[in-house]
Design a protein around this ligand. Structure first.
Ligand code: SAH
Ligand code: SF4
Ligand code: F3S
Length: 446
């Protein structure tokens, strides 16, 4: 049966990568993919469960689609983290859902959809990956023609007490370096300029075999992988997320040795209080973290550092929060993602008393955001007159005569240009700093 599928993605880059893979598998199975839900025969939501608000979003969207599509009911499927966690109960919560496909079912999505199209009312798949499952996505199926996400490790073994990811994504599982390198060679061949090695914790990378890493030095398998990837010919290599406890200074050494390894590290600290870090079971203290930051700041090139923070974790006092503000000011982040603690059912922290009031969480969020805003302004102003190598990714949404892209230090940079420049790397001199972006002018070809 020839049917049209619309796929909508929420959550992190892992979900974006899974959706790209689902897209390829569906096309290969003969489905058409649609850019909008209006006329699609099948609507699939790839979901995120990291905070309550994220998890709710899918049910809001299902409600909207249901209202839009009265009289022509499409097959509706839920995949990703909410599917894995809520399983069969989604069918009861939302009777128009016909498919629930967990985080390891991506490759089986075409069969699951076919069963639903043939009339099966509740198609459920929460099984493990199939043996020999291939993670790579042909370049032709990618969302961007210039920047590609390459998963290197999936899942998480850390069990930070607040976090649902180890439950939704399962235990850590690393791809072989040989697979990763083959995929990157293919991306180079297709003209990709930038890749992001992605994983819940990339630096916990630990493949079952050394295949592909032979001959590469490094203090950890991840450091060896970085050096191996740096020799593929890919122009710009970024990686995210780094887990502080596993952050070996050899990562910085590898960046110093290879210009293609970009000068940006995302190293989430979550809190500036040792007491709270212990309750979160992060496995690092403030002082351990600052040592990692020191190593990054000693890199040969100036590095961008970004982080995630949770405010209002159970038991967080004003004093704990002050320590977080102090740490943020001390490190000087190029960007910060701040989250209000959200209790996730089934995590160890859900047993603690969620005792920081909603108002207090909002107040702490606003204060930290303001501190970061002030700092970021001066930090961004320091870029004025500097020249950055910017990958031209898309037309700017704000101005018709501008293009936009990212620098190697992962700043958003806008500049006058046109679509003929798409996919080029341009040297841009920064002329103005905005709150979350830079503005500049192209000076010459690199
Ligand atoms: N593996 C990464 C984080 C992945 S989840 C790491 O360890 O840093 C992305 C971010 O969501 C986390 O860094 C955290 O700041 C936030 N987060 C996770 N669970 C949360 C919760 N229950 N409430 C609020 N924020 C949460
Ligand atoms: Fe969640 Fe911690 Fe794993 Fe990050 S390291 S995904 S925060 S459990
Ligand atoms: Fe969300 Fe799942 Fe990613 S919970 S953050 S989509 S791993």
């Amino acid at each position: 049966m020839r049917a049209t599928v619309y796929l909508e993605t929420f959550g992190c880059q892992m979900n974006v990568a899974d959706s790209e893979r689902a897209d390829v598998r569906l096309r290969a199975a003969g489905f058409d993919l649609s850019g909008s839900p209006e006329n699609a025969d099948v609507i699939i939501f790839n979901t995120c469960s990291v905070r309550e608000r994220a998890a709710h979003k899918v049910f809001t969207r299902i409600g909207e689609v249901r209202r839009q599509r009265i009289g022509s009911e499409p097959v509706v499927g839920v995949m990703g983290c909410v599917a894995q966690l809520e399983g069969e109960s989604i069918f009861d919560a939302s009777p128009i859902v016909n498919i629930v496909a967990g985080t390891r079912a991506t490759d089986r999505l075409p069969q699951l959809i076919s069963r639903a199209l043939e009339g099966e009312r509740r198609v459920l798949d929460l099984d493990e990956r199939a043996d020999g499952e291939v993670w790579d996505v042909p370049a032709t199926a990618r969302t961007s023609k210039y920047v590609a996400f390459v998963p290197i490790i999936e899942g998480c073994n850390k069990f930070c007490t607040y976090c649902i990811v180890p439950f939704s994504r399962g235990r850590e599982s690393s791809r072989t370096a040989a697979d990763i390198i083959a995929e990157i060679h293919e991306l180079c061949h297709q003209g990709y300029k930038e890749i992001h090695l992605i994983g819940q914790n990339v630096n916990s990378y630990r493949p079952k075999t050394e295949a592909g890493l032979e001959g590469f030095k490094g203090a950890t398998p991840f450091c060896r992988l970085l050096r191996a990837v740096a020799t593929t010919g890919m122009e710009r290599i970024k990686f995210t997320t780094s887990f502080p406890r596993d952050f070996n200074p050899d990562i910085v050494a590898a960046i110093d040795e290879h210009e293609s390894l970009c000068e940006w590290i995302h190293l989430p600290v979550q809190s500036g209080s040792d007491r709270i870090l212990r309750a979160m079971r992060r496995g690092h203290t403030v002082s351990d973290y600052l040592q990692r930051i020191e190593a990054v700041k000693n890199a040969a090139r100036p590095m961008s550092i970004t982080s995630d923070i949770i405010v209002g974790f159970p038991g967080e006092t004003m004093e704990d929060f002050r320590e977080t503000v102090k740490l943020v000011e001390q490190v000087g982040y190029d960007g910060l993602y701040i989250f209000k603690y959200s209790e996730r059912h089934g995590t160890p922290a859900a047993k603690l008393n969620d005792d920081v009031s909603r108002e207090e969480k909002s107040a702490r969020f606003a204060e930290l955001e303001e501190a970061q805003r002030r700092f970021q302004r001066t930090m961004y102003e320091r870029y004025i007159d500097r020249v950055l190598n910017v990958l031209v990714e898309r037309p700017s949404s704000k101005s018709e005569s501008d293009m936009t892209g990212h620098s190697t230090c992962h700043k958003v940079v806008n500049f006058p240009g046109d679509s003929s420049m798409l996919g080029d790397v341009k040297r841009v001199r920064v002329t103005a700093a905005k709150q979350n972006s830079l503005y500049g002018e192209i000076i010459s070809a690199p």
